[in-house]
Design a protein around this ligand. Structure first.
Ligand code: ADP
Ligand code: ZN
Ligand code: ZN
Length: 731
């Protein structure tokens, strides 16, 4: 008889603990197996976290413990879904992120294998049928049968699909000359292109590689301006690892936005590469997952969750553009791929390489302090000058145009100039904030989403107000619902408006818009981008997604329509985000031998983040921003953890938040500061009211052991949801 502890996928806090079941069947069950259990009259999937053998009978077990037990209904997989190393990682993460273990398993496993009831209908392995030769003898065969036998002799197994006459096959099978075999086939087919010849590395690149491999520290920060040859360094290191019989996990912010990088890796390392992709179907993902865990591929490329790829013997983790915030998951378990890569690297004694032109302040501070090995590339490979950048002060009326309220005179002039030379432009509007409000000029009322409480965005194409968070849509009214005034105006603008403005100013130019409203999958996106690259459009208008990574040789002008939007958002990261965005955007101009320029429009023309970005001066920005962070006690001088509370009843969550705040305040943890309770930016969603408490601290030891005890206690209260966002970026 076995006593088995299982975790069950449940939202309720009160169920965030293992439940014990019995099993006395024949099949193997180990940690990581999945089983079917009956829970409250539901047939659910449970994830086994503990197995205990016992000689006792059910009666004896029940008598000893005083509890009633039930048997599990069925064993779904005997084989553990996660290997030992990933199980260890899950436990380390649960401790670090103060989160339920099950939420980590959910995140680690592809959805078809998740410990949830829906996964029972998941994909099956896909087999393809092949014809296999058993005997090369040709006696009593017809000429057509002999033809097939000879083909098989010459070229090996043939796909059944490709063999024309199925009746001949049938006859040959009956005569025992051939058999039909099934071969597992991944559904995803990658087309490989010829690889570009390997470059002879520059002395700087060789130096960097040597430093990364020889360093005593496992983590290296590679800070290199755009075009300094970081990608070539990644490729060389991967080759090095493969030669040393080690495997590599390479993370990129988003697969669809890094087509060049992917192409370089697949063309160089071919079937050694597996790609983890948000656009893969469940079935394709399942196949890739199995291909990786069976050791058939050695380099995994993917976005955030690829950090969990079930690869063994990893020698190197690479995070390209390590500063990008999509590496942090913004829901449970709120993990950051950088920290997880570092945790995992310890298991293998592997190296971690963090690459960026504009490192996060956290990483850069660790590199400066010597916690990370620090390698800098300061020169662009072809010694090309950076684009000429001007900051246009929108408060100066001399810069304003009579033809447009959005495009300044210098921007219009620059566009005319480059268009006359047949060159292309990228226009960027940082709409990270919800910039297009409809507001009442009389009383200041802002049209907000009834579900989320955030401002609704005006969409001109269909003349509607939309919530960018929950998708709520409403009609545009003519009157203010509060004061009745008809004096309503739209504040701010998004991509749609920029396209309109372009069409008005340059009616003969072809404009491509790219943002998350233009719902795109990877293929469409790649198609649009390559259409732009080969000149089918003159101008690309988009959100920050157009600022990243692309290489368009004919783009000689980048315009940032309004740099202030990001600065105005209340976050300790707003200056850093703006600096990074503008720096990246400027890097898009003039990648080839043509000279590039960038124009940044703003109402804050003296802001340090903009001025240092215009000069691409990371060092100066870093030191000024670090001084500000120090004074304000923000990361990297402190750590931030948000406690997120939610309840169906607003009064309850408010009351609870204050109680919790007081309990924490009484503990008097040294160098620990409490902020709150805060009403979050989006105070109501998922049918619940939300409040937050943010803790700034320098040492986590006592604080975290207190919090984890408190969490266990709180999980008994089923009316309040509690989640920890450790190392939050959202404050
Ligand atoms: P980063 O990733 O730092 O932005 P890339 O790796 O994309 O820089 O390199 C910028 C350009 O320089 C690319 O066109 C690349 O092909 C080229 N390049 C990189 N390393 C070398 C080298 N050793 N010799 C010649 N060209 C190189
Ligand atoms: Zn009003
Ligand atoms: Zn909403």
């Amino acid at each position: 008889m076995k006593i088995i502890d299982v975790l069950i996928e449940r939202k309720a806090n009160s169920l965030n603990r293992p439940f014990a079941y019995l099993y006395d069947g024949e099949r193997n069950i180990s940690v990581g197996s999945r089983v079917n259990v009956n829970f409250n009259h539901h047939n659910l999937v449970g994830y086994v976290i503990k197995v205990m053998d016992t000689n006792l009978s059910k009666d004896e077990i029940e008598k000893n413990s005083g509890f009633k037990y039930t048997y599990i209904l069925d064993v779904i997989n005997e084989e553990p879904l996660l290997n030992e190393e990933l199980n260890l990682l899950a436990n380390e993460m649960a401790e670090y992120y103060l989160c339920p273990l099950i939420s980590i398993y959910q995140t680690m496993l592809p959805s078809s294998l998740k410990p949830s009831s829906s996964s029972l209908k998941g994909p099956k392995i896909y087999y393809e049928k092949y014809v296999h030769l058993l005997s090369p003898l040709e006696d009593d065969l017809t000429p057509k049968q002999i033809e097939i036998v000879r083909n098989l002799k010459n070229s090996g197994d043939l796909r059944l699909k490709d063999v024309k006459s199925q009746s001949i096959i049938k006859n040959l099978v009956n005569k025992n000359r051939i058999e039909i075999i099934k071969v597992e086939k991944p559904r995803l087919e990658i087309k490989y292109e010829d690889s570009a010849p390997e470059k002879v590395l520059t002395p700087d690149q060789n130096q960097a590689i040597k430093s990364i491999l020889d360093s005593k520290q496992s983590v290296t920060l590679l800070e290199g301006v755009t075009g300094s040859g970081k990608t070539e360094i990644y490729l060389a290191l991967v080759k090095e690892m493969l030669n040393a019989n080690k495997n590599v996990i390479m993370l990129v912010p988003e697969i669809s936005l890094t087509p060049m990088m992917i192409k370089m890796f697949t063309s160089r390392f071919k079937e050694d590469v597996a790609i983890f992709h948000s656009d893969l179907t469940n079935a394709e993902r399942y196949d890739e997952y199995r291909r990786i865990s069976s050791g058939k591929c050695r380099v995994v490329i993917g976005a955030r969750s690829a950090v969990f790829a079930p690869l063994n013997n990893v020698g190197l983790f690479i995070l390209d553009e390590e500063h990008v915030e999509s590496y942090k998951q913004d829901s449970l378990p709120f993990y950051h791929a950088r920290e997880v890569a570092i945790m995992r690297a310890k298991h293998f004694g592997a190296k971690v390489l963090l690459g960026s032109a504009t490192p996060s302040l956290e990483s850069r501070a660790r590199a400066s302090k010597g916690v990370y090995n620090f390698v800098r590339l300061t020169k662009r490979i072809n010694e090309k000058a950076l684009p000429k950048t001007s900051i246009i002060d929108l408060t100066n009326t001399n810069n304003l145009s009579n033809d447009s309220v959005i495009f300044s005179l210098p921007l219009i002039k620059a566009l005319k100039e480059i268009f006359s030379k047949g060159e292309q432009a990228i226009l960027l509007i940082n709409r990270r904030g919800y910039s297009s409000y409809l507001t009442c000029r009389n009383c200041g009322h802002i049209f907000k989403c009834p579900n989320c409480g955030i401002g609704l965005t005006y969409h001109r194409a269909n003349n509607l107000l939309k919530c960018h968070h929950c998708g709520h849509v409403e009609m545009v009214s003519d009157n203010c619902p509060k004061c009745g005034s008809t004096y309503l105006s739209k504040i701010g603008f998004g991509t749609e408006r920029i396209v309109d403005e372009m069409n008005k100013l340059f009616p003969q130019k072809r404009v491509l818009r790219l943002d998350s409203d233009v719902k795109m999958n990877v293929n469409n996106l790649n198609k649009s981008l390559s259409q732009f690259a080969c000149g089918e459009y003159d101008c690309l208008v988009g959100t920050q997604m157009v600022a990243k990574g692309h290489d368009f040789p004919n783009v000689t002008l980048v315009g940032v329509i309004l740099a202030d939007i990001g600065l105005a958002l209340p976050s300790f990261k707003s200056a850093e985000r703006t600096f990074e965005l503008i720096t990246q955007a400027i890097g898009r101009a003039g990648r080839s031998d043509k000279e590039g320029q960038a124009i940044i429009q703003t109402y804050n023309s003296r802001h340090y983040a903009l001025n240092y970005a215009a000069k691409q001066d990371y060092e100066a920005f870093y030191s000024q921003e670090m001084r500000i962070r120090q004074v304000q006690k923000y990361p990297p001088f402190t750590y931030l953890t948000a406690i997120k509370l939610a309840a169906k009843n607003e009064a309850l969550v408010i009351d609870f938040a204050y109680q919790l705040f007081n309990i924490l305040a009484k503990q008097n943890f040294p160098e620990t500061y409490l902020v709150g309770p805060i009403t979050p930016f989006i105070p109501f969603f998922g049918g619940k009211y939300h409040r937050e408490i943010v803790i700034k601290y320098r040492k986590k030891d006592n604080l975290f052991s207190f919090l984890s005890k408190m969490l266990i206690e709180m999980q008994k209260n089923s009316q309040i949801d509690i989640q920890f966002d450790v190392d939050t970026l959202d404050f």
